[in-house]
Design a protein around this ligand. Structure first.
Ligand code: ADP
Ligand code: MG
Length: 329
């Protein structure tokens, strides 16, 4: 079982950034308003997330580290309709099987008037081997520490790149989650040094902090809807210049994706309306019926599969063209 877990872990947790993604998505699913992230050595030595979410009750703590233990779906039919970011119940188990992990949490019963448990509990796991929960001190939420990810799994360790590269992957991951959740405060430290502090606000404020002031100042606000589809966010002005080219963020129901249909539609709209062949920066959100998009793809992949990709394609071109046209009118 231990080996099976470690092999499966490689599927979910490719590198520190993917482990961090699992941790942060859990914190966001738990309704956190403030996330503190501390990394050491690109996340290979330490990944630490402090959140102020609903926490985990003592009796669920050990369970949270078990494969296929999820509090987020009651039945398999729910799978198609998942609104939360995590739903497979394999994120934490995977991370725990290839690291030394400590999970401290104080449960707030939000269904019961916010009643808090008397104190927090901590459970520690060493490569999947778990100790019993012990009482701990923590004011609110969950604090999770992942030490030495893959240090004892040579087959995986050799795929890790330099600390700087692993940190860059982590930072890119954090940016995506921070753009999708501008109402949540993020603080990022690496090797004891402060990297980012993004206060809670709206998308314009968050995008200014992450993509740049110019992007927001010269950008074109987008908010178009048709049926169950809605596209909103900021389409960057193509005059912004090359530096913003890789600032292309597209989210489907809050998840960052990179998709050919989307890329193609956006390029087409820019070309048709602004006669501009250059890629522009953008930060756009597509909201749609979850049943129309396959989220049950590989956990580390950022591709999506739309049921009706032609309809999505047309909607994206139409709504983005409409928004862009307003600026040229
Ligand atoms: P999933 O997110 O797919 O449900 P995970 O393995 O990532 O599975 O997490 C297992 C469970 O542990 C979650 O369903 C949730 O109940 C709990 N959990 C994990 N992290 C947190 C957190 N930061 N705050 C509250 N609950 C958490
Ligand atoms: Mg999860």
């Amino acid at each position: 079982d231990h080996l099976v877990n470690q092999i499966a872990a490689g599927e979910v947790v490719e590198r520190p950034a993917s482990a961090l993604k699992e941790l942060l998505e859990n914190s966001l699913d738990a309704g956190s308003q403030n996330l503190q992230i501390e990394l050491q050595a690109g996340g290979t030595k330490l990944l630490k997330v402090i959140d102020d979410g609903c926490g985990i009750a003592k009796e669920d703590l050990a369970l949270a580290l078990h494969r296929h233990a999820t509090s987020k779906i009651a039945s398999m039919e729910d799978l198609a309709r998942v609104a939360t970011l995590g739903f497979r119940g394999e994120g934490l188990a995977s991370v725990a099987s290839v690291s030394r992990l400590s999970l401290t949490s104080r449960f707030t019963d939000r269904d019961n008037g916010g009643q808090m448990s008397a104190h927090a509990w901590r459970v520690e796991a060493d490569h999947g081997r778990m100790l019993d929960p012990e009482p701990a001190a923590l004011a609110i939420g969950t604090t999770i520490e992942v030490h030495d990810l893959y240090h004892q799994v040579p087959a995986r360790k050799k795929f890790l790149k330099s600390d700087a590269t692993e940190y860059a992957h982590c930072a890119a991951m954090i940016e995506r989650l921070a753009l999708a959740n501008p109402n949540v405060q993020f603080t990022v430290m690496h090797n004891g040094r402060a990297q980012h502090r993004w206060m809670a606000g709206d998308l314009a404020k968050r995008a200014a902090a992450i993509i740049g002031d110019e992007f927001v100042k010269t950008g074109i606000p987008v908010d178009e809807g048709f049926g169950n589809l809605r596209l909103h966010g900021i389409a960057g002005s193509p005059t912004l210049g090359k530096s913003s080219r890789d600032a292309q963020f597209f989210f489907v129901n809050g998840r960052f994706v990179r998709d050919k249909v989307v890329q193609h539609a956006l390029r087409e709209a820019y070309r048709d309306v602004l006669h501009h062949n250059m890629h522009a920066a953008f930060c756009l959100f597509l909201e749609m019926d979850p049943e129309g998009v396959d989220v049950n793809v590989h956990p580390t992949k950022i591709e999506v599969r739309f049921r009706e990709s032609q309809a999505i394609y047309r909607f994206l071109i139409t709504s983005l063209s409409k928004a862009l046209a307003k600026t040229t009118a």
